[in-house]
Structure formats: structure tokens, C-alpha cells
Design a protein around this ligand. Structure first.
Ligand SMILES: [Zn+2]
Length: 119
């Protein structure tokens, strides 16, 4: 399962952060997941629970934040959510109706925040 690998790297990012602060405990991790990332959020949460169960990270809370597909208009610079459009064609700009728009985000998988408890 692909999501186990992702959950593991998310947890590792959390560990790297806590290691830099002596005595700190990892409390929670937030991730931003783009709608086009191909990540199954439920599977990811389940995988995260599995890898942290009965470990020191059992209480670490994983927060997932969905991110829409975004396009930017080349004519007026407006950035807009283009969820409704097909991933294979670019949506027209809702502000100036230009069709010269380009995909800017929606396939990301980023750490949004890492929450640690200082001693
Ligand atoms: Zn525009």
C-alpha cells in the first residue's frame, strides 16, 4: 500500500523536527493534500494509525487539509479553484473569461505544521 510509505515519511518529518528540540514530544502533524495528488486520505489516516499504534507516537494526531486544484490566468493573473474542470483541460478564468490559464497547484503533498510539546 502506497499510503504506508507516505505515512512513514510524514512521521519521519515529525521526528526530525522533535529531534532538534531536546526533550520535546511530537503531538501532531498537519499535511496539505492536493486533490490531484492521488493520495487516498482515508487510507493515509488508517496507515498512520497502524504505524503509530503501540509506539511512543500513538497519541500523535494527523490532520489532513485538502487542497483544491488551482489555475492561474495568464491575462489577469487571477488564481482560482478549478475543481470542476477536467484535469486534462484548463478552465477559463472566472474574472476575465480568458481561456489562457495554467495549472498551478493541486497535486501537492506538503507538511503544513508540526506540533511539539516542549518539556
Ligand atoms: Zn483572467
Amino acid at each position: 500500500m502506497h499510503e504506508v510509505g507516505i505515512a512513514t515519511s510524514i512521521l519521519e518529518a515529525g521526528h526530525r523536527e522533535t529531534e532538534r528540540r531536546p526533550g520535546a514530544r511530537l503531538m501532531g502533524i498537519g499535511v496539505r493534500i492536493g486533490v490531484l495528488s492521488g493520495v487516498d486520505v482515508d487510507a493515509l489516516r488508517f496507515a498512520f494509525e497502524c504505524i503509530t499504534a503501540e509506539t511512543e507516537d500513538e497519541k500523535v494526531v494527523l490532520t489532513t487539509e485538502p487542497c483544491p486544484r488551482m489555475n492561474r490566468c495568464q491575462d489577469c493573473g487571477h488564481e482560482f479553484s478549478s475543481l470542476q474542470s477536467s484535469p486534462f483541460s484548463d478552465a477559463p478564468c472566472p474574472r476575465c473569461l480568458s481561456t489562457r490559464t495554467t495549472f498551478v497547484s493541486g497535486d501537492q503533498l506538503d507538511i503544513a505544521f508540526i506540533e511539539v510539546e516542549e518539556p
